[in-house]
Design a protein around this ligand. Structure first.
Ligand code: ZN
Length: 163
């Protein structure tokens, strides 16, 4: 097992947590998730990747929660951000189980907290998402992925305070 803690070039001070990523954000199953390995301790199968950097080092460190805490000497935010993502994943699971309705034109739709979400197939037979009157830019081969994109869109609107 590699131990980058002892490696020359890895600063031990001035490291900051940039963000935490849930690599199952797009709703992959456990089998199709490309889990990462912590760059510091070699711990495998990390789902929540903490991105730590230093303003004098070009490389970003992709590590697990425990190493992120040690590197940044911050025992609140790494776990806090990871928990936020876990909660979001729970909300996403609830979302996925919702029953969508079929419109007369063959699209599926959902009314959610005064908002209207539609998924339709475009000319190339790929799924697209509309939230209220905002068209998503991405297209999806699988309906499941389009539903998750709708969820991510709603979460984004909440984050920027639009909702
Ligand atoms: Zn680690």
């Amino acid at each position: 097992m590699p131990n980058w803690w002892n490696q020359i070039g890895v600063p031990h001070k001035g490291l900051v947590l940039n963000e935490v990523i849930d690599i199952r954000e797009d709703g992959q199953s456990a089998e199709e998730t490309p889990y990462e390995t912590c760059m510091m301790c070699g711990n495998e199968k990390i789902r929540f990747v903490h991105i730590v950097s230093h303003n004098e080092v070009e490389e970003e460190y992709r590590v697990g929660c425990v190493c992120a805490e040690r590197m940044t000497n911050d025992y609140i935010n790494p776990k806090g951000k990871e928990n936020e993502l876990r909660n979001r994943a729970n909300r996403r699971n609830t979302w996925i189980k919702k029953t969508w309705k079929l419109s007369k034109t063959g699209n599926i739709y959902l009314n959610h907290k005064e908002h209207h979400i539609v998924i339709f197939k475009d000319k190339s037979q790929r799924y697209k998402v509309i939230i209220d009157d905002i068209f998503g830019k991405k297209t999806f081969q699988e309906l499941h992925k389009a539903k998750i994109a709708a969820f991510n869109g709603i979460e984004y609107f909440k984050e920027i305070g639009k909702w």
